[in-house]
Design a protein around this ligand. Structure first.
Ligand SMILES: [Zn+2]
Length: 435
């Protein structure tokens, strides 16, 4: 089986390609990228001018909720949402029920992913057994079963000592430790960013320093161990400052920012719907100076990755008082339009940088296949339509959960098609592609 993606702007930062090219897919592999490739029996897919052909997008921070919370999401519904959002691969967080702290759970997730047969799924294992913050999980076992990183996400790693040991062990297997950076004493019972809007709504606050303390601790442990420390869902300007300084000092630190943190601020707590629990996430939506710092970090290269922190919750769980609602929103199906609208069309970054943030760098940081259209690479391809009009229709989301603050938004820039292993797993009828 041969498919020739004809025309379109191919952007593949890993191979220094940015221009109008053809992409030849043979079976499940990329065979060639070049100008005016011969058809030679391949089925031809004409790519409209202006469309982008990119290595498949990879989301390194997703909660698939299976096993144990299948009323929120399953591997099947989560990967359906992923491919509709342009992601050919996702890495899933271990705070399931039971948690992914052993090979049985890892294998279960991988079996479910094979059954769904949509996006690739890379499980992330726990730092500690039972995520209890006491004993290290069996990291060698997790690695052998297929985990690509470790984290106690949902919570920070309990102690500096445990984080140190986690970094030391993970490095032996070439894996990063991903950290939910938070000082829990400072967070207390907080539910929203500490500032004007939380105060005026009578909500308990979480200051940015709460996150930055976790980042600073991690940076010190990364320096001490020489291992790779990755900051999850960064939101505060003090955190960005710490990462920037660490990078300048040559410490192995990387970080990700979620679309809601470069799009919204804490003003959304009060409007358009006051106390909308779809504006409750952890870390919280922060003030303008923090949001602008995230944009600056995305522009100047300090931020490595855009990751969604896709956190599905059932309507009944979110439809309660703000204080009682769980933290988090779904993000897989809104990430690309938000990134186009707020980053590319707003002039913050160019298209090449967008692909770096959403494909090249995620693959590099987790050391997984993908992030490249190099010859012989897996044929994971995302076709993007920068000018496509996108209406976020909550009822049409593939995710089993609908908890998003972006319902009804009109955005410009979308996904035309998603190809995994040479197979079109998502084709947007709006994209008018003959896949
Ligand atoms: Zn987290």
């Amino acid at each position: 089986m041969k498919t020739l993606l004809k025309g379109g702007r191919v952007i593949d930062p890993a191979n220094g390609i940015d221009g109008v090219h053809d992409v030849l897919i043979e079976g499940d592999r990329i065979a060639r990228v070049g100008r005016d490739l011969p058809v030679d029996g391949a089925s031809v897919v004409a790519i409209p001018s202006g469309f982008i052909v990119a290595p498949g997008l990879i989301d390194i921070h997703v909660h698939l909720r299976e096993p144990g919370q299948e009323h929120k999401e399953t591997v099947a519904t989560g990967t359906a949402a992923a491919v509709a959002g342009g992601f050919t691969a996702v890495a899933c967080m271990p705070n399931t029920s039971p948690v992914n702290d052993n090979a049985n759970v890892t294998s279960y997730i991988l079996a479910k992913a094979a059954e769904a047969n949509l996006a690739r799924v890379y499980p992330i294992g726990c730092v500690s057994r039972g995520q209890k913050g006491e004993l290290l999980a069996d990291i060698a076992e997790l690695r052998q079963a297929g985990c690509v990183a470790i984290t106690d996400d949902g919570h920070p790693t309990a102690t500096a000592l445990l984080l140190r040991r986690a970094l030391e062990y993970a490095a032996m297997f070439g894996m990063p430790v991903i950290e939910h950076c938070e000082d829990q004493t400072l967070k207390g019972e907080g539910v929203a960013h500490e500032g004007f809007y939380a105060s005026s709504l009578g909500l308990r606050g979480i200051p940015g320093a709460c996150e930055a303390l976790g980042v600073e601790r991690g940076v010190l442990m990364a320096e001490l161990t020489g291992s790779h420390f990755h900051v999850a869902h960064m939101s505060a300007r003090a955190s960005l400052r710490a990462v920037r300084k660490a990078k300048e000092a040559g410490i192995k630190v990387t970080c990700e920012v979620a679309p809601h943190h470069f799009t919204l601020t804490d003003e959304a707590l009060g409007s358009p719907i006051p106390y909308d629990t779809n504006t409750k996430m952890n870390p919280p939506l922060r003030e303008v100076a923090d949001r602008d710092a995230m944009l600056a970090g995305i522009a100047d290269g300090t931020v490595d990755v855009i990751a969604t922190d896709h956190a599905p919750h059932h309507y009944d769980e979110k439809h309660v008082e703000f204080d009682r609602a769980p933290f988090g929103i779904v993000g897989l199906e809104t990430a690309v339009p938000l990134a186009f609208e707020r980053l590319v069309h707003a002039g913050v970054i160019n298209l090449k940088r967008l692909i770096e943030l959403m494909s090249t760098n995620p693959a590099r940081i987790l050391n997984v296949p993908g992030g490249t259209l190099g010859e012989g690479a897996a044929a994971d391809v995302t076709i993007l339509a920068p000018d496509m009009k996108v209406h976020i229709d909550v009822a049409k989301l593939r995710s089993r959960s609908k908890n998003t603050p972006f319902g009804g938004w009109e955005l410009r820039g979308g996904v035309a098609a998603t190809i995994v292993g040479g197979r079109a797993v998502y084709v947007n009828p709006e994209g008018k592609l003959s896949l």
